[in-house]
Design a protein around this ligand. Structure first.
Ligand SMILES: NC(=O)C1=CN([C@@H]2O[C@H](COP(=O)(O)OP(=O)(O)OC[C@H]3O[C@@H](n4cnc5c(N)ncnc54)[C@H](O)[C@@H]3O)[C@@H](O)[C@H]2O)C=CC1
Ligand SMILES: N[C@@H](CC=O)C(=O)O
Ligand code: NA
Length: 815
């Protein structure tokens, strides 16, 4: 014997009823002997409640009654052969007429007792079970409709009746004997009291009916068929990566359901629990999926926890005062009081000094709870042994659940690290003494972010998702998108990393998509769906989305984004940038940004500020972290100028070579920044600062490569015109070098806190002699690399290598 219980959505429409019949038939034919428990058709219980309340308020209800009738009649007409329809329609019409009489009574009296309401509600299950049993009867003549109010006996607590176990057991057993071999369709949710008056079993009532029948009849399993794939690791509406759990213990299922997962209502499981009957949650609309099996024992799953549960809105009440110290009866009095007044306490934490108790309740109960406390503890309040209770609102609860937690150290560490890193402030913590559950109270607005961050932290093998907001879609930005798009599947499949670009802006337009912008057509999306760009609102939108593992990428050459970095770090968002402006502004700003990022536990990565994708910033950082000391740095860090002097040979004109460097994407958006030495100066300044010197840009001794008139040019066009005019000057420079068997190099150095950049001629002996293309080279002479310096060399400009450097920084965020 197996119990199959179908919820309202499973009997919501013709199609879903057909799916139910298919499942029942298959089970029946497999020899499993199913007993079916059905809820009312979806929406009907609400409709009945509304009609009852309308009637009591003297409002019309006939239209609603008609729609109830139509909903059932439509199913008859579609699923029962015409020749068998009449008696079914007649019986349903009788039920509807009875219901109308009851509602007329309520209407006349303008009074709706709990007892009348239960009777009215019972029509939902009675109609659905009768109807479906009759449809099934066409294929399986043994089908029979059972009104469970004759078998489930309860007390007279209408609305939430308690079971009379002994009597119920006897009646169900007798039913099973007289109906052996039958395929029973049993009304969920309803019972009756001693006088035979219909009662209802409260929340989750149909599941309870299934558990009661399952327990009395020693079912092999109780299948709860619903519209989701069992119980999931988290609420799938919030955590897109949530996945179904194949097995849970009763305790785990209870803990998960208690905080949110609405698939089952825990108290309904008790009869099954007592008899160790497994409960299987399955999806009517995906019957091939095995669902979640809830059984007595916990099973290891490969993950340290089973799931994350949440409640999105709670209020917290804080009680503090010396009156609680050592008073063993205090919390007893408090919680008895709340229980007596039916205030459900969701979570309690007590400080070890016993000076305070914090507990969470449903927001609707908070003020009542405080009033009760004020009355009960009036004396303590007057004597100042207790401070006035304080209510905190707009909070949420997140709980990690799993029986194996107690055997795995570091669970709370992992939880708090994930929350801390994402700037989520924990208001209170509670750990069940059973260690099946660690709960935290946080701001309601952080809940979605927290759930995702914690899900990533515990189910990390699955994947880490980085949410990216990118400004700048020029040379570097566009190339980065191309690379991200190309690498997406590899990162996901081979490294469990998913990068979702959720916001893009350039100086004209901006666009957002929380699901991730399709990078194969980002231009179209920006053009067609984008709104006018505004960096302030771009950043506000990013903050408002409040996503975990969030990264802001600055791929512009503008100062504006850098003015927001501090605020961005304060929102616990990391920054990756190839833009050198932030790090080469005032030293105070440099310091403030680095400190703010550190304080908020987020990353500030800017590898491409120096030598594009070449590992230079990282190398210097590692040297410093590992206790080395920089003695001297010598470098060529302008890819543009390197390219120019590597190609300004033979007949080539200086002007043409500069133009070519710009075409190749080596120059800054404004090439004067390269040729004027500002770009190189910024890089040297950043390196000096990273090496521990608090320098300002004015401290850098910058030698020119251009004649004065070129430097004075006020536009890029004018600059090129001046370059053309200075051709003789550059040719002379080239000639001088060639005559001495040397090459021209623009070299920077850092020694004893002094930074110099100058144009030099070097011969074959010099390590910087042999360069080509846009090569950069840097040699670190340090205490540990003294005799032979550590050298990094390679292409130091260009869109591909720069975007690749930004990409590498990005994947390292949060690593
Ligand atoms: N070209 C190279 O080899 C390297 C470049 N970089 C850096 O890369 C950065 C970008 O360079 P490119 O892509 O060549 O520049 P670009 O001029 O091609 O693109 C700049 C982008 O920034 C956008 N932008 C400017 N101000 C903005 C604002 N306020 N809000 C939103 N978007 C804004 C523009 O609309 C454009 O899409 C520069 O900071 C440069 O120093 C760093 C290392 C190497
Ligand atoms: N314009 C820069 C690019 C890298 O920062 C250069 O030429 O080096
Ligand atoms: Na670099």
């Amino acid at each position: 014997m197996k119990i199959l219980k179908f919820g309202g959505t499973s009997v919501g429409s013709v199609e879903s009823i057909q799916a139910v019949l298919q499942i029942v038939k298959q089970t029946y034919e497999s020899g499993e002997q199913p007993l079916v428990v059905l809820s009312a058709m979806s929406g009907i219980t609400n409709l009945l409640t509304k009609m009852a309340e309308d009637a009591a308020a003297g409002l019309p209800f006939m239209d609603d009654l008609k729609s109830l009738e139509t909903k059932h009649f439509d199913v008859v007409k579609k699923l029962i052969a015409v020749k068998y329809q009449n008696p079914v329609l007649t019986k349903l019409k009788l039920l509807v007429n009875e219901l109308e009489d009851l509602l007329q009574g309520v209407f006349a009296l303008r009074e709706l007792s709990l007892q009348s309401k239960d009777l009215i509600l019972s029509y939902g299950e009675r109609c659905s079970n009768y109807l479906v049993s009759k449809i099934m009867e066409q294929e399986i003549p043994e089908s029979e409709y059972i009104n469970a109010s004759y078998y489930i006996k309860t007390d007279s607590n209408f609305g939430n009746a308690h079971l009379n176990e002994t009597l119920t057991n006897q009646l169900i057993q007798a039913l099973a004997q007289t109906h052996s071999g039958k395929l029973l369709f049993v009304t969920g949710f309803i019972g009756s009291n001693e006088q035979g008056r219909v009662t209802t079993l409260g929340r989750g009532g149909s599941d309870y009916t299934a558990a009661i029948f399952g327990s009395v009849l020693n079912a092999s399993a109780i299948e709860i068929w619903t519209d989701v794939n069992g119980m999931l690791t988290a609420d799938p509406r919030v955590v897109k990566k949530a996945f179904s759990l194949p097995v849970l213990s009763y305790t785990e299922a209870m803990e998960l359901s208690y905080f949110g997962a609405k698939v089952i209502y825990p108290p309904t499981m008790v009869p099954a629990f007592m008899k160790k009957i497994p409960i299987v949650i399955r999806n009517t609309f995906q019957p091939e999926f095995a669902g979640t099996r809830i059984q007595f024992e916990s099973e290891k799953s490969g993950y340290p926890i089973k799931g994350i549960s949440s409640i999105s809105d709670v209020s917290v009440i804080n009680l503090t005062g010396s009156g609680m110290v050592g008073k063993s009866g205090f919390s007893g009095r408090l919680f008895t009081l709340l229980a007596r007044e039916q205030i459900n306490v969701i979570l309690i934490t007590q400080s070890s000094s016993e000076h305070s108790i914090t507990f969470a309740v449903n927001p609707n109960d908070a003020h009542k709870a405080v009033q009760l406390i004020n009355t009960e503890f009036e004396l303590e309040l007057l004597a100042n042994k207790l401070s006035v209770p304080v209510i905190e609102v707009d909070l949420g609860i997140l709980a990690i659940v799993g029986e194996n937690m107690k055997r795995t150290p570091g669970m709370s560490g992992r939880l708090f690290h994930a929350l801390g890193r994402n700037g989520i402030n924990v208001r209170a913590i509670a750990q069940g003494s059973s260690e099946f559950n660690i709960s935290v109270i946080i701001n309601k607005e952080d809940l979605a972010k927290a759930l995702n961050a914690v899900h990533d932290a515990f189910f990390a093998e699955l994947k880490k998702t980085l949410y990216v907001f990118n400004v700048g879609t020029g040379n570097i930005g566009a190339t980065l998108f191309k690379q991200l798009h190309k690498q997406h599947d590899f990162l996901l499949e081979q490294n469990d990393i998913e990068i979702k670009v959720v916001g893009i802006s350039n100086s004209r337009k901006m666009v957002f998509n929380q699901e991730g912008i399709d990078l194969s057509e980002w231009q179209e999306q920006l053009e067609n769906e984008g709104t006018a760009a505004d960096l302030g609102s771009f950043i506000q939108a990013m903050q408002a989305m409040n996503l975990p593992n969030c990264v802001f990428i600055d791929n512009t050459a503008s100062k504006l984004p850098s003015t927001y970095y501090e605020e961005i770090f304060k929102s616990n968002i990391s920054v990756v940038t190839c833009n050198k402006i932030a790090n080469s502004g005032s030293y105070e700003q440099y310091k403030c940004l680095h400190e703010t990022a550190r304080k908020h536990g987020v990353d500030f990565f800017y590898e491409t500020n120096v030598g594009a994708g070449l590992p230079i910033v990282r190398v210097l950082k590692d040297l410093m972290l590992s206790g080395d000391r920089i003695l001297r740095i010598e470098a060529i860090l302008s890819g543009t100028i390197s390219y120019i002097f590597n190609n300004f040979k033979g007949d080539a004109s200086f002007y043409d070579v500069v133009k070519k460097a710009q075409e190749l994407g080596y120059t800054e958006p404004d090439p004067r920044d390269d040729l004027g030495g500002i770009d190189f100066m910024r890089k040297m300044l950043i390196l000096a600062r990273d090496a521990g010197y608090p320098l300002e840009s004015a401290d850098v001794q910058l030698g020119n490569i251009l004649p004065e008139r070129c430097l004075q040019a006020s536009t890029v066009d004018e600059f090129y015109t001046e370059l053309l005019k200075a051709e003789d000057y550059f040719n002379q420079l080239k000639k001088d070098a060639e005559e001495q068997g040397k090459v021209i190099r623009y070299i920077g150095s850092l020694e004893n806190g002094e930074v110099k950049i100058s144009l030099q001629m070097v011969d074959e002996q010099h390590p910087f002699y042999a360069l080509s293309g846009s090569d950069n080279i840097i040699s670190f002479c340090t205490e540990r690399y003294k005799d032979r310096p550590l050298v990094v060399k390679g292409p130091g400009a260009g869109a591909e290598v720069t975007a690749a450097g930004v990409f590498a920084d990005l994947v390292n965020v949060g690593a």
